[in-house]
Design a protein. Sequence first.
Length: 118
Amino acid sequence: MNTAHSKILIALFAMIMTAGSAVNVAQAAEAQDKEAKELKLFSQATISLQDAIKAAEQKTGGKAMEAELNDESAAVQFEIEILKDGKVHEVIVDGKTGSVLKVSLEDESNEGAESEKE
C-alpha cells in the first residue's frame, strides 16, 4: 500500500470518527434537554403519578400496565396504559387537576394509530 493511499484512508477514518463523536454529543444534549423538560413538567404537577393511575383505572374499569409523563404536551399530563377486556387503552390525565382528558383504544394493527373511545 502506498503512502498517499494510507494517508487518505487515515484521514477518512479520522473524519468518520469525528462525525460519530459529534452525533453522540448531539444525542447526549438532546437527552439532557428532554430530561430537563420532563423535570420541569413534573414539578408543575399537583397530583402524584399514583393518583393519575387511580383516576385512569376508575375511568376505564381496567388495570394500569404502564404510566409515564406525557412529554409531548406543553402542559403537565400523565399517560397511562390500561388493560381492560384484553385491550390496551391509553388514558391522558391532567397533572394539575387529576381529571381524565382523553381515553383512546390502541390499535395493534397499526402501531401509533389510535381510535377515539370517549
